[in-house]
Design a protein around this ligand. Structure first.
Ligand SMILES: Nc1ncnc2c1ncn2[C@@H]1O[C@H](COP(=O)(O)OP(=O)(O)O)[C@@H](O)[C@H]1O
Ligand SMILES: [Mg+2]
Length: 146
């Protein structure tokens, strides 16, 4: 478990960038954190680390935004997803073997998701962002183990 304190959006992006550099194809990042915590901001840093030049925006309306850098990044919003059937319906599983990193906001909607994704082929990370002030955040990064 790693704990970080961020005092600006730029710092959050930097923390994400450093973390993102060690990610491998198939890895999954499952975010927990309220609206405005900084999940999309964190994903911007991840994208830079993966060599994505496009601007990362919230996947709220698209459900998933796909970015193609040195390694693909699939950025999901699971806000309206409440069960595994929903997850299958949006094709989430199809992305597991597409050679990219998956980052999913609102993963807390499906509590069993983290364990379900641990299949020995990928590393699953939980990234929990807590708003502790206007510009301060506590960021906990944990590798999910079965
Ligand atoms: N330390 C910080 N880390 C991340 N975002 C921050 C921080 N301080 C302020 N912010 C602002 O908070 C907002 C976070 O929004 P966003 O990343 O879209 O959150 P989420 O995806 O969790 O809803 C942005 O407007 C960002 O500029
Ligand atoms: Mg967001």
């Amino acid at each position: 478990m790693s704990e970080f304190i961020s005092n600006s959006a730029e710092e959050t992006e930097k923390i994400a960038y450093d973390f993102g550099e060690k990610l491998m194809a198939g890895d999954i990042i499952l975010y927990k954190g309220d609206l405005g915590a900084g999940k999309t901001t964190f994903t911007k840093g991840l994208a830079k680390a993966l060599g994505v030049d496009d601007t990362v925006t919230s996947p709220t309306f698209a459900l998933v935004n796909e970015y193609y850098g040195k390694m693909p990044l699939f950025h999901f919003d699971l806000y309206r997803i409440v069960c595994f059937d929903d997850l299958y319906a949006i094709g989430f599983l199809d992305y597991l073997d597409r050679g990219g990193v998956i980052a999913a906001e609102w993963s807390e909607n499906i509590p069993a998701l983290a364990e379900e994704m641990c299949d020995g082929k990928r590393t699953v990370y939980s990234v929990c962002i807590e708003k502790t002030g206007d510009e301060s955040r506590k960021i906990l990064i944990d590798e999910v183990q079965l």
